[in-house]
Write a protein that binds this ligand. Sequence first.
Ligand code: DX5
Ligand code: ZN
Length: 212
Amino acid sequence: MIEIAPSVLAADPLHVHRDVSRLVAAGAQVLHLDIMDGHFVPNLSFGPQMVSALRRDFPEMTLDVHLMLSSPGRFFKDFANAGADEITLHCEADGDIPAMLEAIRRLGKKAGISLKPATKVTEVLPYIEACDLFLIMTVEPGFGGQQLMPGMLDKLGELRRAGFDGTLSVDGGVGRNNCRHVVEKGATRLVMGTAAFHSADPKALFEGCGAR
Ligand code: DX5
Ligand code: ZN
């Protein structure tokens, strides 16, 4: 099953409920929430309050929180308490990654690991048993609206061949022109910011990507 995960960073900040509702109606199953600290990535976004507001208004949606934080250990509990279903941290972040993944699972949430473009799959193989999701960055994290880096998609097959059988999510520059290729390369979840929120017909876009 291919899941569509609109990245709420691309919503109109003064009309988040309107913009998200439109994509939920179009068939999105997951909401992707990019949390940025201005240090791990050169941008700032939003905090746990956004998660709890979306949890209140969209109780049926899976909330997929992407922590682009240098110190995720300081914050992941806040996002769990705010209503996140899945919490993904970067393998390049500070802290005891295996311990944080275990703690996220102990909180009853799914745990994920994200890899920046420069990070090789070999660096995350030790975490395969400890997480439920890998988030493959196909852009340098920090901003929406960038071009997808196709060479990153080979990481999907590497993870499957290494025995990972959970969610493989691709994040950055996914849209109409490349989403079927991204799925063919092994993605089971498509994060879409600009393409989804700027689409004139998101239902057709999602169906065209193979979402069901
Ligand atoms: C980038 C974020 C992505 C981004 C996706 O740091 O992790 O989730 O918002 O936006 P698009 O689809 O426009 O690249
Ligand atoms: Zn993201």
